[in-house]
Design a protein around this ligand. Structure first.
Ligand SMILES: Cc1cc2nc3c(=O)[nH]c(=O)nc-3n(C[C@H](O)[C@H](O)[C@H](O)COP(=O)(O)OP(=O)(O)OC[C@H]3O[C@@H](n4cnc5c(N)ncnc54)[C@H](O)[C@@H]3O)c2cc1C
Length: 297
């Protein structure tokens, strides 16, 4: 399948890219890793007459820690870089784990966090991880700038609140509190190159290694038109003493948040069963990490 004809632009500054986006209107598409866009163009789902590459814009592919308080992740950071980043693995664990499960090594070298979020597939790996980390997305156009919580970003399959003239510049995440730990589990029919049948991301914060749960976040993917937070299950956990029975109950409550479909990857019933099992498992893993939290790592 050949790509349709288009004009290629390679701006070397963010301002130049934003001006192009604004001038070219709906005829232009941004190109990050191209693992979604080029496939859609080959299939004639997207037919932009102009493609604007992000490759030469400085800073978009950088991960910048901010004095232990937060981290700023450029939208063009690849999944491979996220997965291999020591600070992210240690403190922002669900994101590094999810990035390590995206596609296969070749895809991870190209696929970016920005492309994964803007593409907004219900089964995508990175949105649930960003949701449990309360990520803030910085959106910019030629004339304005705004910050949006990732939980408010997704509208439906392939739909977000981003405007045609806006570019996702960065993803900002505050460093989780002491005694926090997280995890991510993806269920697919294969170990690699597989879209999730169900995926679960979790962050837990404890009062102390043997204390109660002071904060809990659970996000589920591939179970509804957008990734969802299991708010009722989170409520059950906050203030409670961690135990296997508590995590099991949270998994059962979490199922109520979802409206999974039956498709070629799995039936609705199987997905519901797996949400329960994997939420419990993910909570257990997050709890183990929270207990072994160490300062200054
Ligand atoms: C073989 C294969 C396997 C895959 N496996 C998985 C998987 O396991 N899990 C998964 O989640 N995904 C998977 N994908 C999908 C894809 O790789 C990811 O969604 C990837 O993260 C997209 O990033 P990208 O940089 O390639 O985006 P692109 O294709 O460059 O862009 C995707 C969309 O986002 C827009 N965009 C990109 N960057 C920005 C920005 N900064 N601001 C505004 N708009 C922007 C583009 O205009 C385009 O509409 C797979 C794809 C393939 C081809």
């Amino acid at each position: 399948m050949l790509l349709p004809k288009f004009e290629y632009h390679e701006p070397s500054t963010l301002q130049e890219a934003l001006k192009l986006l604004s001038d070219l209107g709906g005829n232009a598409k941004l190109l990050a890793g191209g693992t979604d866009l080029l496939v859609r163009m080959k299939r004639k789902i997207d037919k932009p007459s102009h493609v604007i590459s992000l490759a030469r814009i400085p800073g978009l592919d950088e991960i910048v820690p901010r004095n232990g308080h937060s981290v700023t992740i450029g939208s063009a950071v690849s999944a491979a870089k996220l997965a291999g980043h020591e600070l992210l693995s240690d403190r922002f664990t669900p994101l590094a784990m999810a990035a390590g499960r995206l596609g296969a090594p070749m895809i991870r070298n190209r696929a970016t966090i920005g492309g994964n979020l803007v593409n907004a597939r219900p089964a995508a790996d990175l949105p649930p991880a960003c949701m449990v980390l309360d990520a803030t997305l910085k959106l910019k156009s030629a004339s304005r700038e705004r910050e949006v919580l990732v939980n408010e970003f997704f509208r439906g399959p392939g739909e977000t609140i981003i405007e045609q003239d806006e570019l996702l510049v960065s993803i900002d995440i505050n460093t989780p509190a002491p005694w926090s730990g997280g995890s991510y589990i993806k269920l697919g029919a294969r170990k690699t190159l597989e879209i999730s049948m169900v995926n679960v991301a979790v962050m837990l914060t404890l009062q102390s290694p043997d204390g109660s749960i002071t904060d809990a976040k659970i996000a589920l993917g591939a179970v509804a038109p957008t990734p969802v937070r299991a708010l009722l299950a989170e409520k059950q956990l906050i203030g409670a003493t961690p135990s296997e029975a508590l995590f099991e109950k949270a998994g059962q409550v979490g199922v109520g948040t979802c409206s999974p479909i039956t498709d070629h990857r799995g039936t609705m019933e199987y997905r519901c069963m797996m949400i329960e099992v994997l939420t419990k498992r993910c909570l257990m893993q997050a709890f183990e990490r929270a207990k072994s939290w160490r300062p200054g790592r």
